[in-house]
Design a protein around this ligand. Structure first.
Ligand code: MG
Length: 384
C-alpha cells in the first residue's frame, strides 16, 4: 500500500459530567479539569492507493493546535508517498521517522503526531489483511472490562458521592478519581465500599515530601494506586522513595517517549506503568513498552483519556494483557457520541471488523468540526 494523503480532523464534542458549568471554560489545561464542557480530539485519516483508509488519533486536548501544526508541516509530509504492507514495514517506517525527526523532541507534539500516524497505519494494515487488530496482536479474549475515569469534581464531596454512586449502580468494579483531598477521596471510598477498587490520579502536583505526607494519610483508604503524585513526572527517585509510604504508585503517561520507561522500571519507581498510545509513539511503541515491562515483571495498565481511534487502539492492546487489566475511559456522557463504543458498559465486546473497528459518525464530526486539512504533499495541503 502506498500512502496517498492524510486528512487532519480537529473536533470538540460537548459532554455532560454532572458538575456545575463554570465560566472561563477552556482556560484550564488538564482534560479532567472542572472547567471544561467540551473535549477536543485530533483525528487523522490516512488514505492508501488501494482505496482503504486508516484512523489515528493524537494527543492532545488543548494542545491540539500545536500537534496539528506538527502533523501538517512535518509528520504527514514525511509519510506521504511511502509504501508498507506488513508489521515490519510499519516498524521500519516509524523508526525512520523517529530517527529523522528526533531533534524535534522525543515527546511532545511531534511524538504525538507520530503516534497518530502509527495507529492509522495499523488500522490500514488490519483492513488490508481483513483482520481485527486484537487478533493481529495475538490477543485471545474478545471482551474487555472498562474502568470509569471520572473528571475532577473540584474535591466537592456531594458531587463525588453522587457520581460514584451512579458508577457503582452501573456495575463497575473499579473507579478512578481526579481529586487531591483526603476528604473527597474518603467520600468515594465510603460510597463504593471496600470490595471495589479505587484509584486516584492527582496529575503531578506535589514535591516528593508533600506527596509522602499525602500518601501516608491515604493508606487507610486502600487505594489500588495513586497516580502521578510527584512533580516533575520524571523524578523517578522521588517516586521510588514515595513507594515506602505504602500506597501503590502508577505513572507513565508523561514519560518522555518509550525510551523513558526504562528509567521508571530500573529505579523501581512505580507499581503500574501507564504508557499512552496517542503520546508514546502509537501501537508499535506500546508493544515495545509492554515487552520491556514484561521482561522486568512490571504490570502495564495503559493510560487512555481518549474517545476516538486512540480509545479503540487501547482497547485492542488491553485485550492482549492479563484479564484483570481494564480499559480506562473518560467517564463522560455524550449527547452526540462520536461512535457507538461511547455508550459505556462495564464490559466491551471488541470489534470484529478489520483493523481498529473505529468509524466516527460523519454527522457528529461535521457538527463539531474545528479545523480540517488534507495533506497530499509537503506544499500542497488543502485547507477547509
Ligand atoms: Mg493520569
Amino acid at each position: 500500500m502506498k500512502i496517498e494523503k492524510i486528512e487532519l480532523i480537529r473536533i470538540a464534542i460537548p459532554f455532560e459530567s454532572g458538575r456545575e458549568k463554570k465560566e472561563n471554560a477552556q482556560q484550564d489545561y488538564n482534560a479532567a479539569s472542572p472547567l471544561l464542557s467540551k473535549m477536543e480530539t485530533l483525528l487523522i485519516k490516512i488514505h492508501a492507493d488501494n482505496g482503504l483508509y486508516g484512523w489515528g488519533e493524537a494527543f492532545g486536548h488543548l494542545s491540539n493546535p500545536v500537534t496539528y501544526a506538527a502533523l501538517e508541516n512535518l509528520v504527514a509530509p514525511f509519510f506521504i508517498g511511502r509504501q508498507f504492507s506488513s508489521v515490519s514495514d510499519i516498524e521500519t517506517l516509524m523508526k525512520e521517522a523517529e530517527v529523522a525527526l528526533h531533534g524535534f523532541g522525543r515527546t511532545g507534539p511531534v511524538r504525538y503526531a507520530l503516534s497518530a500516524v502509527d495507529i492509522g497505519l495499523w488500522d490500514l494494515l488490519g483492513k488490508h489483511q481483513q483482520t481485527p487488530l486484537w487478533y493481529m496482536l495475538g490477543a485471545t479474549r474478545h471482551e474487555i472490562g472498562l474502568y470509569p475515569s471520572l473528571v475532577s469534581y473540584d474535591n466537592d464531596p456531594h458531587a463525588i458521592a453522587q457520581k460514584v454512586q451512579e458508577v457503582v449502580d452501573s456495575g463497575y468494579s473499579e473507579i478512578k478519581l481526579h481529586e487531591t483531598q483526603w476528604e473527597a477521596i474518603a467520600t468515594a471510598r465510603a460510597v463504593m465500599g471496600d470490595e471495589r477498587s479505587l484509584m486516584v490520579d492527582v496529575n503531578c502536583p506535589w514535591s516528593p515530601e508533600e506527596a509522602f505526607a499525602h500518601a501516608q494519610r491515604l493508606t487507610d483508604l486502600n487505594l489500588k494506586w495513586l497516580e502521578e503524585p510527584v512533580w516533575p513526572p520524571e523524578d523517578v527517585r522521588g517516586l521510588a522513595a514515595l513507594r515506602e509510604a505504602g500506597v501503590p504508585l502508577a505513572a507513565g503517561e508523561n514519560a518522555a517517549g518509550e525510551g523513558d520507561f526504562i528509567h521508571l522500571i530500573l529505579h523501581h519507581a512505580v507499581d503500574f506503568l501507564q504508557p499512552s498510545v496517542c503520546k508514546v509513539g502509537g501501537i508499535t511503541a506500546m508493544l515495545r513498552v509492554i515487552k520491556l515491562a514484561q521482561a522486568h515483571q512490571v504490570k502495564v495498565i495503559p493510560h487512555c483519556f481518549y474517545y476516538g481511534a486512540g480509545m479503540l487502539a487501547t482497547a485492542h492492546l488491553v485485550a492482549m494483557l492479563p484479564s484483570d487489566v481494564r480499559l480506562e475511559v473518560p467517564y463522560l456522557q455524550w449527547p452526540t457520541p462520536l461512535h457507538p463504543f461511547l455508550h459505556y458498559q462495564p464490559t466491551m465486546p471488541l470489534p470484529t471488523l478489520p483493523g481498529l473497528g473505529f468509524e466516527p459518525d460523519s454527522a457528529v464530526v461535521a457538527e463539531h468540526l474545528l479545523m480540517t486539512t488534507c495533506c497530499t504533499a509537503a506544499k500542497e495541503n488543502a485547507h477547509v
